[in-house]
Design a protein around this ligand. Structure first.
Ligand code: R5P
Length: 285
């Protein structure tokens, strides 16, 4: 098996190659003066090829399409998109809107696509090829458990993240709850305070994505004066602009995330999870 690391997932692709004992193929990325991208695979991939590329930006998506095209002729092509951007544009909210996640899903041509905690599983039906969605909450839960917080409770900032909070809480061996969120704009939300008994608890706020940090900062404000400590975790650390500062300024003690997007907070790697799934898929052929 050959692993091809895309520009946005170089570390993760290298980790998956080490985990699975696969060959890591070198790739080259450049930009033309007009901003167009150039992508080249340096080396001849074998018959079983795996591309790893998160699509955080539009350019990342172009790179992914270029890599897929460059692999033309592979007998078996697996595309791993650890973080798939635009997944929150998963339906038509207003007349005339594009369902962008559908447009992108349809453009990914491979024998198998692997995603990690896609924002809405409904997006899976937009793919024209077999697709599976891995769940990283177990490995995040194990990391949080190993932090050995004295009196933890896991809280989701909205109902959508309740499943993640539940799985993490099960692994830590504690309770979970969720808050009610209403989005006012791209970076503004309101969170309705809930009557939770969090006196002297170590709160772990967990979400699938942290983007501007607006959701989590609002959630922190609900608890800050009563909790013993507040920690934050997510699968996908989009962390745009001043999101990290916003979180620490709001009072969190630690931020944990996976490496679906490679950031300073990416202390938990999804490489073992993806390597294991690639191994299982190869066994099932
Ligand atoms: C939305 O439903 C997601 O689960 C996250 O809560 C959201 O994307 C976080 O965005 P932000 O950090 O900008 O509030």
């Amino acid at each position: 098996m050959d692993i091809i690391g895309g520009s946005s997932s170089q570390l993760l692709a290298s980790r998956i190659a080490s985990e699975s004992g696969a060959r890591l193929i070198l790739t080259e990325f450049k930009e033309f003066p007009d901003g167009e991208q150039y992508t080249r695979i340096l080396g001849r991939p074998g018959s079983d090829v795996v591309i790893v590329q998160s699509t955080v930006t539009d350019s990342d998506f172009i790179t992914l399409l270029q890599l897929i095209d460059a692999c033309e002729g592979a007998e078996k092509l697996t595309v791993v998109v650890p973080y798939m951007g635009y997944a929150r544009q998963d339906r038509r909210f207003k007349e005339g809107e594009a369902v962008t996640s559908r447009a992108l899903a349809r453009a990914i041509n491979a024998d198998q696509v692997i995603l990690v905690n896609i924002h809405n599983e409904g997006v899976l039906r937009y793919f024209n090829v077999p697709v599976e969605n891995l769940d990283a909450t177990r490995i995040i839960g194990e990391y949080l458990r190993d932090m050995r917080l004295p009196n933890p409770i896991v809280i989701a900032p909205d109902g959508g993240a309740m499943g993640i909070a539940r799985s993490a809480a099960e692994i830590i061996g504690t309770e979970y709850d969720y808050l009610e969120k209403r989005r006012l704009s791209g970076d503004e939300v309101t969170i309705t305070p809930k009557n939770l008994d969090i006196e002297d608890r170590d709160i772990i706020l967990i979400d699938d994505i942290i983007s501007t940090g607006g959701t989590i900062s609002e959630a922190i404000a609900v608890f800050r004066s009563r909790a013993s400590s507040i920690h934050v975790a997510c699968v996908h650390p989009v962390l745009t602009g001043n999101a990290v500062l916003r979180l620490f300024h709001a009072g969190v003690r630690s931020v944990t995330s996976t490496d679906t997007i490679e950031k300073g907070t990416s202390t938990v790697s999804v490489a073992p999870l993806i390597a294991e799934r690639l191994r299982q898929n190869n066994q099932n052929i």
